[in-house]
Design a protein around this ligand. Structure first.
Ligand SMILES: *[C@@H]1O[C@H](CO)[C@@H](O)[C@H](O)[C@H]1NC(C)=O
Ligand SMILES: *[C@@H]1O[C@H](CO)[C@@H](O)[C@H](O)[C@H]1NC(C)=O
Ligand SMILES: *[C@@H]1O[C@H](CO)[C@@H](O)[C@H](O)[C@H]1NC(C)=O
Length: 372
C-alpha cells in the first residue's frame, strides 16, 4: 500500500508518453470558451463571479509569461479534476469513495466546485493574455495522469497544488519587479483559494491541514518543467512559452523525517556540457524549502551511464525542519542568494519531495490516509 512518505518526480510518476492514450476529459460546460449562459453555470458551481475590474493598463513581457504559465497550469488542473470527477461518477475501480467523513455526493460536490473555480482562474489568465495580445495564449492540451486510485489522485492534487502555491509566489515577485501592480490583488486571492483546497486534500490524506509556517517557494521554470510529464500533446508549440524545460530530477529513495542520503537520477543526455569525463564533483542538490535560502548539498557516488547520472546527496531534514514539500534541483553552483538565482545553474529539476507524518493512527483516519 501507500508509504506515508510520498515522492513525486518525473520518472516515479511513471508516465510513458510514447504509449499514452488521450482520454475523453473535455468538460461539457463550454470551457475554455463558454457562452454567457455556460459561464453563468460555471460561476454558480464555483460559488462566485469572475472579476469585473477593468484590466490593468499595462503588462510587462515577464507579466505575459507569468500568465502564460498560469493558463498552462490551470488548463491542466481543469482536466485533472474533470477526470477525477468522471472516474468517481463512472465508478472506475479504485475510485470508490471510502471516506468515513465524506459521502460520494459530498466529495463530488467539492471537486465540481474546485473544477469550476479552476476554470475561472484559467479564463482569467486567458482573457488577460488576449487583452494584451500575447503572442501565445495556451489552450487546453491532452494530458495523461499517472494516478489509478482516488488516494493517488488526491495525493497528486496535493503535490501539484503545493507546487502552484510556490510558483505563484514567484509570479508575485516578478509582478513587483516589473511594475505590474495590476494583477497582484487577484493573484493573491487565488493563492489563498489554492491554500484552502490544499488544506482539504491534506485532511483527506490524514495530514495536518496547514503544511508549514511559510510555504515552500518555487520558480516558474521548475513548475513549467514539472508539468510537462503530464502533457501528451498541445494545440500550440509549448516551446513558445519563454521558460526553460529542464530534464526531471528523479528521487529514487523514499524520504523520511530524519537526516538521510537520498538517491537521485537525471537524464542529462541532452546536455552537451555533460559527458563521461565531466567533473561531477562540482555538482550539488539544491533544495528549496519554506522561505529558507536555497540549501546546497554536494553530490556523492556519481555514476554516469548512457547519458543518465545517478548520485546521492544528503537530505538535511533536522536542521531545516523539511516537513511538507521540498523542491530539489541538480545545480553546478551553491550559495544561491535566492530561488530565482538557481535557474541559470540548474542541470535538472524539479525533484518533488514530500515528508508528512500521518496525523491520526490510520485505523482512526479516513481511508484516504496513507498507511505505512
Ligand atoms: C477503511 O476501510 C476498511 C476496509 O475497506 C474498513 O474496514 C474500515 O472501517 C474503513 N475505515 C474508515 C475509518 O472508514
Ligand atoms: C482515471 O482512471 C483511469 C483508469 O484507472 C486512470 O488511468 C486515470 O489516471 C484516472 N485519472 C485521474 C486523474 O486519476
Ligand atoms: C552551469 O550550468 C549552466 C546551465 O546548464 C551552464 O550554462 C553553465 O555553463 C554551467 N557552468 C559551469 C561552470 O559548468
Amino acid at each position: 500500500m501507500f508509504s506515508q512518505y510520498l515522492v513525486y518526480s518525473a520518472t516515479l510518476l511513471g508516465l510513458s508518453t510514447a504509449y499514452a492514450t488521450p482520454r475523453g476529459t473535455v468538460p461539457d460546460d463550454g470551457f475554455p470558451n463558454p457562452n454567457p449562459q455556460q459561464l453563468l453555470s460555471i460561476e454558480q458551481q464555483a460559488d462566485g463571479l469572475l472579476s469585473n475590474l477593468p484590466p490593468p493598463p499595462t503588462l510587462s513581457q515577464a507579466g505575459i509569461t507569468n500568465f502564460q504559465l498560469i493558463a498552462f497550469n490551470e488548463n491542466l488542473e481543469v482536466s485533472f479534476f474533470q477526470e477525477i470527477i468522471s472516474n468517481i461518477t463512472n465508478h472506475v475501480p479504485g475510485f470508490e469513495v471510502e471516506s468515513s467523513t465524506y459521502s460520494e455526493a459530498a466529495l463530488l460536490e467539492v471537486l465540481k466546485t474546485v473544477k469550476a473555480q479552476e476554470e475561472l482562474h484559467a479564463i482569467t489568465a486567458i482573457t488577460t493574455l488576449q487583452n494584451f495580445k500575447a503572442p501565445l495564449v495556451p489552450l487546453p492540451c491532452t494530458y495523461d495522469f499517472p494516478s489509478t486510485t482516488l488516494e493517488e489522485a488526491i495525493t497528486l492534487a496535493e503535490t501539484l497544488t503545493a507546487v502552484v502555491l510556490g510558483t505563484l509566489q514567484d509570479a508575485e515577485q516578478s509582478f513587483a519587479q516589473n511594475g505590474d501592480d495590476g494583477p497582484v490583488r487577484a493573484v493573491s486571492s487565488v493563492i489563498g483559494q489554492e491554500g484552502e483546497q490544499n488544506g482539504f486534500y491534506r485532511v483527506l490524506l490524514n495530514r495536518k491541514p496547514s503544511e508549514k509556517p511559510f510555504l515552500t517557494t518555487n520558480v516558474a521554470a521548475f513548475a513549467f518543467s514539472a508539468l510537462q510529464q503530464f502533457v501528451v500533446s498541445c494545440p500550440f508549440d509549448v516551446a513558445q512559452i519563454p521558460l526553460p524545460i529542464f530534464p526531471g530530477l528523479s528521487v529514487l529513495t523514499a524520504p523520511e523525517a530524519r537526516d538521510m542520503y537520498l538517491s537521485f537520477s537525471a537524464d542529462l543526455s541532452g546536455n552537451p556540457q555533460v559527458h563521461e569525463g565531466s567533473d561531477f564533483a562540482g555538482l550539488f542538490v539544491t533544495y528549496l524549502v519554506g522561505q529558507q535560502l536555497p540549501i546546497s548539498e554536494p553530490i556523492i557516488n556519481p555514476k554516469f551511464d548512457g547519458g543518465v547520472l545517478t548520485f546521492d546527496a544528503l537530505f538535511p531534514f533536522t536542521e531545516n525542519i523539511m516537513s511538507g514539500l521540498s523542491i530539489a534541483a541538480l545545480t553546478n553552483a551553491s550559495n544561491f542568494a535566492n530561488a530565482d538565482a538557481l535557474v541559470a545553474n540548474t542541470l535538472a529539476a524539479p525533484g518533488l519531495i514530500q515528508v508528512n507524518d500521518p496525523l491520526l493512527p490510520s485505523s482512526k483516519a479516513s481511508n484516504y490516509s496513507s498507511s505505512a
